[in-house]
Design a protein around this ligand. Structure first.
Ligand SMILES: *Cc1c(COP(=O)(O)O)cnc(C)c1O
Length: 452
């Protein structure tokens, strides 16, 4: 299987090369040349454990990896999860289930992809002998998950930009209390979108990218998306047959990464009835699905900070399929959006997508309602997935983070403070962070000064 860029201006590459590069050199995002049909495998996959299922799924894509190597990389990636089922599906009522994606080392769903990505990088470095400098921007959870996925991988240096004072104190501790010498948390003055804009320019400098062996861990890396497709399949197997046919997967989202992973699994033949995109007050995606207009707005910091994003980078992958693989059209839409901050789709078809928006003030109320109705505590991101709608289809809500990561909001809502031992342990460890300007020059200078 080969991988092509959404912008169509570079040759197709192998799986490991697409993983190593993250962003394609023409500024596009990698996608499989063709989408495989997994529907014929479903029966055989149903009894598999999480790691076995993941290895089966990746074997279709990672055709440049021997199967035994793949099995080891995948097997190892899911050993640091604290729940034996890795992604347990919990039924709250006869038509409501939550898929708990917060049992990994940093207690958010991003561990699913980043624990595996760390192992894929290590494998690629072993093959090429080239070290990798990972550069990412985070609104909180990506940074922590990336750092913990890459920790201790020989040849990898990790640089993570985050908006100073706008990630939760515990998220910051997860990034800055590792004690690792090859991990550099970089606090910037500005928003996540400022960090992401500077990062895109750094990635656009091909000479610099070669010089430091630049790679992306943001959800522009295809391996992340594919790793997330696995838990949709796993969850679907665990629904009772009546729910399987009708269940809508509700996905708290910002960058469109998580929901795209599910949508791709559906395109490959997993019979999911629909997807509901659950945004917070930063609602560019909700507005898109309501109106067909994709219009950037200022980021308003919210109680669900990992979704405080306006420019959803993974939207470009979805666009590629909406435009039936016409990469010239993708380029012109992205260009128009970049220069004018908006794009209107003629005849926009939302297919089996629906969407909701949750205002910030509603988040504590929803946490309270869910607790009263089901005796279950959801984090502020997951709360957006419990927004009420007029649709009464059965739902699977993706629980994207552990509530203990956001104790203040839970305390406001419920008067209790959830705790988790791994977070408590961080509170006594010193913070180590660096300050850079959110400019390509400042970031490049820091990275050059901190090569091995
Ligand atoms: C990253 C994150 C999200 C948003 O994920 P997308 O890939 O942007 O859809 C939602 N919730 C939590 C807790 C996150 O960490």
């Amino acid at each position: 299987m080969k991988y092509i860029s959404t912008r169509g201006q570079v040759p197709a590459v192998s799986f490991l090369t697409a993983v190593e590069q993250g962003l394609a050199p023409d500024g596009g995002l990698y996608l499989p040349e063709t989408l495989p049909d997994i529907s014929t495998h479903l029966k055989r996959w149903e009894p598999l454990s999480y790691a076995e299922l993941c290895a089966e799924f990746f074997a279709i894509f990672a055709t440049d990896l021997e199967r035994s190597v793949l099995n080891n990389l995948v097997g190892d990636a899911y050993t640091r999860f604290e729940h034996p089922e890795i992604a347990p599906l919990r039924h709250l009522s006869k038509d409501k289930a939550v898929l708990e994606l917060f049992h990994g080392p940093t207690l958010a769903f991003k561990d699913f992809a980043l624990q595996l990505l760390g192992n894929l990088y290590a494998q690629q470095i072993e093959r090429t002998g080239r070290p990798i400098s990972v550069l990412g921007a985070t609104s909180g959870d990506t940074g922590a998950a990336a750092i913990h996925g890459l920790l201790g991988k020989a040849g990898v240096r990790t640089f993570i930009l985050y908006p100073d004072g706008r990630v939760s104190p515990l998220q910051e501790r997860q990034m800055t209390c590792t004690g690792a010498e090859d991990v550099f948390p970089l606090a910037i003055k500005g928003s996540f979108d400022d960090a992401q804009a500077a990062l895109k320019t750094v990635f656009g400098d091909a000479a610099f990218a070669r010089e430091v062996g630049l790679s992306a861990v943001n959800s522009i890396n295809l391996a992340r998306i594919l790793a997330q497709s696995v838990y949709y399949i796993y969850a679907w197997f665990r629904l009772d047959p009546r729910m399987r046919e009708e269940a809508v997967f509700v996905v708290p989202t910002g960058n469109f990464g998580n929901v795209l992973a599910g949508w791709l699994a559906a395109q490959m033949g997993l019979p999911i009835a629909g997807f509901r995109v659950a945004t917070n007050q930063n609602d560019i995606l909700h507005r898109l699905f309501q109106t067909g207009e994709y219009v950037v707005d200022a980021v308003a910091p919210s109680l669900a900070p990992s979704m405080d994003i306006q420019v959803a980078s993974n939207f470009e992958r979805f666009l590629y399929y909406m435009e039936s693989g016409d990469s010239a059209k993708v380029r012109s839409v992205m260009e128009a959006f970049k220069s004018g901050g908006r794009f209107t789709f003629e005849n926009f078809e939302k297919g089996n997508f629906s969407s909701t928006r949750t205002a910030d003030a509603e988040i504590p109320e929803i946490i309270k309602r869910v607790y009263q109705d089901y005796n279950y505590v959801v984090d502020p991101h997951t709360a957006c997935g419990f927004q009420e709608t007029s649709d009464n289809a059965p739902v699977v809500v993706l629980a994207t983070a552990h509530p203990a990561k956001f104790p203040d909001t839970i305390h406001t809502a419920l008067g209790i403070e959830p705790r988790h031992a791994s977070l408590e342990a961080l509170k006594s460890v010193p913070i180590v962070k660096h300050h850079v300007q959110p400019t390509p020059q400042s970031i490049k200078a820091f990275m050059r000064a901190h090569q091995a």
